[in-house]
Design a protein around this ligand. Structure first.
Ligand code: SF4
Length: 358
């Protein structure tokens, strides 16, 4: 593991990894100890806040209320004392492990990822091991993590890593971005957390902390990659080790303290400088990102139902008769649409005997 293992000196094996800290991890238990007593807003007060309340001016707040160096020092110090013990933070966790965990954590909570991650890395400890298996094996091992295209992308990424990078997860952000399924966040998270390079890493938690503490807004609004990266860059410490700790600390802060629905300001290292808190928690009236449709009854549910049946088949080369699949969903039109989507996405393959994993 690279030198960034040293960024959280108060813990035995604290190599913080952005992977753990997506929005889904907000319910995880935190070892944070209470140190201050100012009341924080609860979910009810957040929603009740007046949408017409004055919104602080981001520029003036940046200039007067917050100093990037002291903000980062506060977060780094807090993180050193409060980082959760998670698999990807332990000594010896490989860049491949980081990449796999980042894929899994893109849409799935930490608690559901950890068992799958352990199984996955036990079976495929290197990209070459995964590349030597079939895509169907990857889809099958993905089980119920959701959004199974990630399994296919990860398999293809492993093949590319073997073919173009001698089986070593690339360190360069552009090379990482060229891998299937890797976007701005994942590429920089791998470069920063697996290799210790200095990059701004921006996930939904960091966007929320910046929106509140720096800009004085209750919510960050829809993602805007360029602006989001610039905002984090403006706060990022110069040193590589400090930058890495700051990235990880901001994610942790958003995951366990500055949560979307019920921020616990009394535990926050930014409490005294937070612009949103200082302004009296004004309500949010800006644009919001699109709300995802509910899973029940959706095409996603039908796809999941079909995939579960294909996974349950004896192995990835075993087809399930089509009429058996059709029995799984009463709405024939929706079934056909979902199956067609799986075929187009490469998550299922038609054969004379029926349908099977790729
Ligand atoms: S940054 Fe800290 S003080 Fe500000 S809203 Fe979030 S938890 Fe509260």
């Amino acid at each position: 593991m690279p030198a960034e293992n040293s960024i959280a000196p108060q813990r035995a094996a604290p190599a913080p990894n952005a992977a753990s800290l997506n929005a889904a991890s907000q319910n995880a238990a935190s070892p944070i100890s209470a140190s201050q007593s100012t009341a924080s807003p609860n979910a009810a007060s957040l929603s009740a806040a007046s949408p017409n309340a004055a919104t602080p001016n981001a520029t003036s707040l940046n200039a007067t209320s917050l100093n990037a160096a002291s903000l980062s020092a506060s977060v780094i110090s807090w993180f050193a004392a409060n980082a959760r013990d998670l698999p990807w933070r332990r000594s010896g966790f490989t860049p491949w492990g980081t990449l796999v965990s980042e894929f899994m954590l893109q849409q799935t909570p930490v608690s559901r990822v950890i068992p799958r991650l352990n199984e996955w890395l036990g079976r495929w400890p290197t990209p070459a091991d995964l590349a030597a298996s079939s895509p169907g094996d990857a889809v099958r091992a993905w089980q119920s993590l959701g959004y199974p295209r990630r399994a296919l992308w990860l398999h293809t990424a492993a093949v590319v890593i073997v073919q173009r990078h001698d089986g070593v997860v690339p360190r360069d952000v552009d090379a990482l971005l060229a891998l299937p399924g890797v976007g701005d966040y994942t590429a920089r998270a791998v470069a920063a957390f697996a290799y210790g390079d200095r990059h701004p890493v921006v996930d939904t938690n960091i966007r929320r902390v910046i929106a509140r503490a720096v800009d004085g807004h209750a919510e960050p609004g829809p993602p805007a990659a360029r602006a989001d990266l610039a905002a984090m860059s403006a706060l990022l410490p110069e040193g590589r080790i400090e930058a890495r700790a700051f990235n990880a600390g901001m994610m942790e802060l958003g995951a366990v303290v500055c949560t979307a629905r019920a921020p616990r300001c009394e535990l926050c290292p930014l409490m005294s400088v937070c612009a949103w808190r200082g302004a009296g928690y004004p309500g949010y009236s800006g644009p919001r990102k699109a709300v995802q449709k509910k899973y029940e009854g959706s095409d996603r549910q039908v796809r999941g139902t079909i995939l579960a049946a294909l996974r349950a088949a004896h192995d990835t080369s075993t087809s399930v008769p089509r009429d058996r699949l059709e029995e799984l969903w009463p709405d024939r039109q929706q079934f056909e649409r979902a199956l067609a989507g799986l075929l187009v996405d490469g998550l299922a393959v038609q054969s004379p005997a029926g349908v099977r994993l790729p």
